[in-house]
Design a protein around this ligand. Structure first.
Ligand SMILES: Cc1ncc(COP(=O)(O)O)c(C=O)c1O
Length: 379
């Protein structure tokens, strides 16, 4: 069979997970899976919410509308934009991964940039879709690079997009909102398309967060979002794309039909109830509160015991759900802790980086301490 090879490789993170699972089965011992990218302090308690869903309804059993249930899109408008956007600007997609993929496919781009430490899928998605990608040191220097480039261009300005993830995966650091927004504004004014892909942000904020309302004002800005992290629902495969650009939204509408033919109606009803009903709002708020509590304690524990790779947190604060520790993947594994070496998250594969790993700190604090106790006494 002749196939179109993209050149992209399968996710190393998935491979590492399978290896640890095998070791656990072989030894019969417990491992702490900090290699994963999910919140595991607790699960969201859906008991009261499931009762509100009528499984016998047409809403669940037949094809959902192409861009998603209008009620869900309006609920997203209320939750993320204080009602200031419009359902027409919002499309439901099966998770954040497909959101980014759809955006990269639709935009006519020469190059996509992301930060020096990045979620590997950004690079792989660009490769599969045949778009060049590159990284920048920090947002401030990237703005300067684009300014210089734009000055030097006479005809055919380079068609650039940038993917921004804040708090960052893999570093778990958070930029100052005001500073970040200023940089985003300058970039969009220079015709750089900003794809704001920050699925960890809303774990730390509720609907009082005004950043999305500020982003709404900007042309050349697309938001890709996911309910995988903020609601602990990665199994439901649901997220959304927000754009105010009519041409983009028209093309998205067509592509969504032929790529997905609608997003799972149960997942949509579930998220709708979580966003709008008192029972749902409570379930989400309890989940976020407990998760953030333990994430914060775990980071404090790492900091107190000098286990953070401090170089990455000189100018920004680690908030989670990931952090980078100054311990190798092998050493962590010897102590039955799963992690992912930082070499998988950067093109900068120096000796210094090889000695560090990304861990997910979204696990119960007591368990975290138990596994790190031995490492702490060695370091
Ligand atoms: C930065 C970032 N964006 C998007 C996603 C996509 O998440 P999902 O496809 O589960 O919605 C992830 C998942 O790990 C991520 O880390």
């Amino acid at each position: 069979m002749e196939i179109n090879k993209s050149g992209a490789t399968f996710s190393s993170i998935v491979g590492i997970g399978a290896k640890i699972k095998k070791m656990m089965e072989e030894t019969g011992e417990e491992y702490l899976f900090l290699n994963r990218g999910i919140n595991a302090v607790c699960s969201i308690n859906l008991t009261e919410v499931i009762r509100l869903i009528d499984f016998n309804s047409a809403g669940i059993q037949v094809y959902p509308p192409n861009k998603g249930l209008p009620e869900l899109r309006e609920a997203i408008n209320q939750e993320y934009f204080d009602g200031k956007s419009h359902v027409d600007n919002i499309a439901i997609v099966p998770g954040g991964m497909s959101a980014i993929d759809s955006v990269v496919q639709i935009l006519d781009l020469d190059i996509v940039y992301f930060s020096k430490y990045f979620w590997g899928s950004y690079q792989k998605l660009c490769m599969i879709r045949g778009v060049e990608s590159s990284t920048f040191e920090n947002l401030k220097s990237f703005v300067q690079t684009v300014k210089d480039l734009r000055k030097s261009e006479t005809t055919n300005p380079k068609k650039i997009a940038v993917l921004l993830c804040d708090p960052n995966n893999p570093v778990g650091n958070k930029l100052d909102d005001v500073e970040m927004l200023n940089h985003i504004k300058v970039l969009t004014e220079m015709d750089v398309i900003v794809i704001f892909d920050s699925p960890y942000r809303r774990l730390f904020y509720d609907s009082n967060d005004i950043l999305y309302q500020e982003l709404l004002q900007l042309k050349n800005l697309i938001i890709t979002e996911s309910f995988s992290k903020t609601m602990g629902l990665s199994g439901q495969r649901i997220g959304f794309i927000h754009s105010t650009d009519k041409a983009f939204n028209d093309e998205l509408n067509v592509r969504l039909l032929y790529a997905f033919n609608g997003v799972n109606a149960f997942a949509q009803e579930l998220v709708l109830k979580l966003l709008t009903s008192p029972e749902g709002k409570k379930a989400v708020s309890d989940f976020k509160k407990k998760t953030v509590e333990d994430v914060t304690k775990n980071i404090q524990y790492l900091n107190k015991n000098n286990l953070l790779f401090n170089k990455l947190y000189e100018h920004t604060k680690p908030v989670g759900i990931f952090t980078v520790v100054n311990i190798t993947e092998d050493e962590l594994l010897k102590n039955k802790i799963g992690s992912v070496g930082m070499v998988y998250f950067t093109n900068d594969k120096t000796e210094e980086i090889r000695a560090t790993s990304r861990i997910c700190v979204s696990v119960p604090h007591e368990k975290f301490k138990l596994f790190f106790y031995k490492i702490r006494s060695v370091k």
